[in-house]
Design a protein around this ligand. Structure first.
Ligand SMILES: O=C(O)CCC(=O)C(=O)O
Length: 478
C-alpha cells in the first residue's frame, strides 16, 4: 500500500534567516524546515568524510574504535523499535566494511549505529558547533549538571554526574532506517547530515491518530509495509510530507510530528533532542498522558497498595524517563536560573524595558511559559510529595546551579549578540540575590506547582516595582 505524499518541507538558507524569524516561523508554529549553510567549518565534515563524500570509516576505527555503542539491526523488530546490540565502534566498522564487500545480499543484516553520546564521550574533540537556532536548549543544559531522574532505591555518589545527554551521532549504511515514531518527551530535534542522504516522511500532529490502532495503543512500525486496514483503519487517510536531506543540510523536526527516516546512501548524521519555553507544553501533555496510562494499568491493585501514587510515579519514571516531580524540579531550577538573570540585568543597571531588550523579553517569555505549565500541573491537583522541595535561597550556593546560570546567560548573550558579564563576580551576585529584600520577604521554598507560581509572581511583581514596568511585564506573564 503506497503512502499519500502531498507536500514537501520548505528549504531555507540558514545564513539568511535570523533567530527571531526561526522562532516565529518554525519553533513557535511547530513547523519543520530544512536549513542549508549551517555546517561550514565543522571538523566532522572534514575528518569524518572521505574525498569522494563517503563515511571515513577508517578514521572512526582509528580514533574512536574502542567506544562501546548501540547498534540496531534494521531487519529485526523488538517491540516498537529495532533490536539493538552493544559493540565497539571497531566491530561496527568491520561489519560495515564486510557487508559492503558481500555480494550475496540475502540474509545480510543492515546495521545502524544510533544514539552515540559522542559529545559526552569526547568533549575535547569539537566535532561541530550547535547552530544558533537550536541553542536555547534547556534539556541538555540541565542534563550537563543534573540528572532528570534519581532512583531513590539505587545508591549513587552524591556528586556523580553520570546523567546522559540528548546529543547523538548516527552512522548507517545505505538501506538502514528508523521506524515511525515521534521524539522522546515530544521534544524538538535537529539532525545534520555530515555525509550521505536521508529520506524523511513527516506526519503533522493533527493526523497522528491515523497511524494508531482503534484503541490508540500501538502505532504503525514501518509505513512501507503492507499495513493492516483492520488494525490501523485510519492509516490510508494519512497525508505525508516528504523531505530528501542532502549532505550539509540540517533538518528541524518539530514536537509531536511522527516521522520515518531512510538512509538512501551511507550516512553519518548528528542530532540533538531538546526543549525550551516554546514546546514545554508538549512535554507536559505527554507526561500527563503517560501518567494516566501508568495509573490505569495498575488501577486494580489500588486498594491493596500502601503508596499507590508513589508507584504510579515510579512507573512513570521507568517508562517515560521522568515523573511529575522530576519535571517540577527541572522547571523550578530553570525558572530560578531565569530569575537570577533578571536580577543580573537589573544589578548591571540595564533598564528592563522588556519590549526593547531582547534578552529581557526572552526571559519573560520563558517565565511565562514555565508559569503556564505550573498552572496546568496545579490544575490536576498535584500536591506535596514525599518531602520533595527545592529552596531558591539554598540553590544559589549550589555550584551546579551556578554553572546552569552561566551557560544559560552565555547562550542568550550569543543568540542575541550581547556581551556576557564578568563571571568572577558571579558568586557575589548570588549573594546579592539571596540577600535582596525581594527574596527575603517571601518563602523561597518550592514543594508544589502552586509554590512555584507564587514565587514567580512575588519576584516579578517586586522587580517590576524596581524597574517600573509593572503593566508590560505582568501582562506578558499571565
Ligand atoms: O536519522 C535517523 O535515522 C533518525 C533520526 C530521528 O528520528 C530524529 O532525529 O528524530
Amino acid at each position: 500500500m503506497g503512502v499519500k505524499i502531498e507536500g514537501k518541507i520548505e528549504k531555507v538558507n540558514g545564513k539568511e534567516l535570523t533567530y527571531d524569524e526561526f522562532v516565529e516561523k518554525y519553533m513557535e508554529k511547530n513547523q519543520p524546515v530544512l536549513l542549508t549553510g549551517l555546517m561550514e567549518d565543522w571538523r566532522a565534515s572534514r575528518d569524518w568524510v572521505t574525498q569522494n563524500g563517503n563515511p571515513n570509516l577508517q578514521f572512526f576505527a582509528t580514533h574512536f574504535g574502542k567506544s562501546k555503542v548501540q547498534v540496531a539491526d534494521c531487519g529485526a523488530r523488538e517491540f516498537t523499535d529495532q533490536k539493538r546490540v552493544e559493540m565497539s565502534v571497531s566491530e561496527f566498522v568491520d561489519q560495515w566494511v564486510q557487508n559492503a564487500s558481500t555480494i550475496v545480499v540475502r540474509d545480510k543484516s543492515v546495521l545502524y549505529l544510533k544514539d552515540w553520546h559522542f559529545v559526552k564521550e569526547y568533549p575535547e574533540y569539537i566535532a561541530y558547533t550547535t547552530p544558533q537556532f537550536f541553542c536555547d536548549d534547556w534539556l541538555n543544559m540541565y542534563l550537563d549538571n543534573y540528572r532528570m531522574h534519581r532512583d531513590p532505591d539505587v545508591y549513587s555518589e552524591s556528586n556523580e554526574i553520570s546523567c546522559s545527554d540528548y546529543r547523538f551521532v548516527y552512522m548507517g549504511e545505505k538501506g538502514s532506517w528508523t521506524p515511525l515514531h515521534a521524539d522522546v518527551f515530544r521534544s524538538y530535534s535537529w539532525s545534520a547530515n555530515v555525509c550521505g542522504k536521508k529520506r524523511w516522511l513527516f506526519l503533522s500532529p493533527s493526523q497522528s491518530h491515523l497511524v494508531f490502532d482503534r484503541y490508540m495503543k500501538s502505532s504503525v512500525y514501518n509505513i512501507y509495509d503492507e499495513v493492516s486496514e483492520t488494525k490501523f483503519p485510519g492509516f490510508k487517510k494519512a497525508i505525508w510530507l516528504e523531505c530528501i536531506q542532502e549532505p550539509n543540510e540540517v533538518i528541524f523536526v518539530p514536537s509531536g510530528w511522527y516521522h520515518q527516516v531512510d538512509n538512501l546512501e551511507d550516512t553519518i548524521s548528528i542530532n540533538h533532542n531538546w526543549f525550551n519555553g516554546y514546546n514545554l507544553c508538549w512535554v507536559w501533555d505527554l507526561l500527563l498522558k503517560d501518567y494516566n496510562e501508568a495509573k490505569e494499568y495498575i488501577e486494580d491493585i489500588k486498594d491493596i497498595c500502601d503508596d499507590f501514587e508513589g508507584l504510579c510515579q515510579r512507573n512513570l519514571a521507568a517508562n517515560t524517563g521522568m515523573n511529575f516531580f522530576d519535571f517540577l524540579s527541572f522547571l523550578a531550577r530553570i525558572c530560578f536560573a531565569n530569575l537570577v538573570q533578571v536580577f543580573h540585568l537589573l544589578i548591571n543597571g540595564e533598564s528592563l524595558i522588556w519590549n526593547s531588550s531582547p534578552i529581557g523579553h526572552q526571559l519573560t517569555t520563558n517565565l511565562a511559559s514555565i508559569r503556564k505549565i505550573a498552572l496546568k500541573m496545579k490544575s490536576i491537583g498535584l500536591t506535596r510529595y514525599h518531602g520533595f522541595h527545592l529552596d531558591f535561597r539554598e540553590i544559589l550556593d549550589d555550584p551546579e546551579f551556578m554553572k546552569l546560570c552561566m551557560v544559560s546567560e552565555k547562550t542568550y548573550a550569543m543568540i542575541y549578540h550581547q556581551h556576557t558579564s564578568d563571571y568572577g563576580s558571579k558568586k557575589s551576585l548570588m549573594g546579592d540575590v539571596r540577600d535582596s529584600n525581594i527574596i527575603r520577604s517571601h518563602s523561597s521554598q518550592v514543594s508544589t506547582p502552586d509554590d512555584l507560581i507564587r514565587f514567580i509572581d512575588h519576584v516579578i511583581t517586586n522587580l517590576c516595582g524596581v524597574c517600573g514596568n509593572e503593566n508590560v511585564l505582568l501582562s506578558e506573564l499571565s
